[in-house]
Design a protein around this ligand. Structure first.
Ligand SMILES: [Mg+2]
Length: 135
């Protein structure tokens, strides 16, 4: 959670679950502003997926076409609370749908499937059209 490397372009998480989502979205905003071609991968868990700041980040990310890919690691439990006891829609890959952010469920135990999905998602965000006002 607290690893960080400027050299590796790796930003740490935060002690507060889900707080890294607006930070990752902000880093994607910086990448867009700098027009550096980078895509920010932002990871969070199934518990954080219910936080309001996540929805605000999704809205800004799609509104501004930011180069960010959100990865929800769903292990079925947020600390000690079962996903089905805390979440109305348990298919978390649908979470971005109301913001026009496509989602895909991938078996996290299949490393090749995760890699393929990651490559596809990054390619999709990297090809996002930049609004002329951002240049
Ligand atoms: Mg979890």
């Amino acid at each position: 959670m607290h690893m960080f490397s400027r050299e590796k372009i790796f930003s740490a998480g935060t002690a507060s679950s889900g707080a890294n989502v607006p930070i990752g979205t902000g880093l994607a905003f910086a990448d867009r502003y700098r027009n550096n071609g980078a895509v920010c991968l932002t990871y969070f868990g199934d518990g954080a997926a219910n936080q309001g700041q996540v929805f605000e980040s999704f809205n800004m990310a799609e509104l501004w076409k930011l180069p960010v890919v959100y990865v929800i690691e769903n292990n079925q439990y947020a600390m000690g609370t079962s996903l089905v006891r805390s979440t109305a829609e348990v298919h978390l890959y649908k979470r971005g749908a109301s913001h026009n952010i496509p989602g895909e469920a991938v078996d996290g135990m299949d490393v090749e499937a995760v890699h393929a999905a990651g490559v596809k998602a990054v390619a999709g965000r990297a090809k996002v059209t930049v609004r002329s006002s951002w240049k």
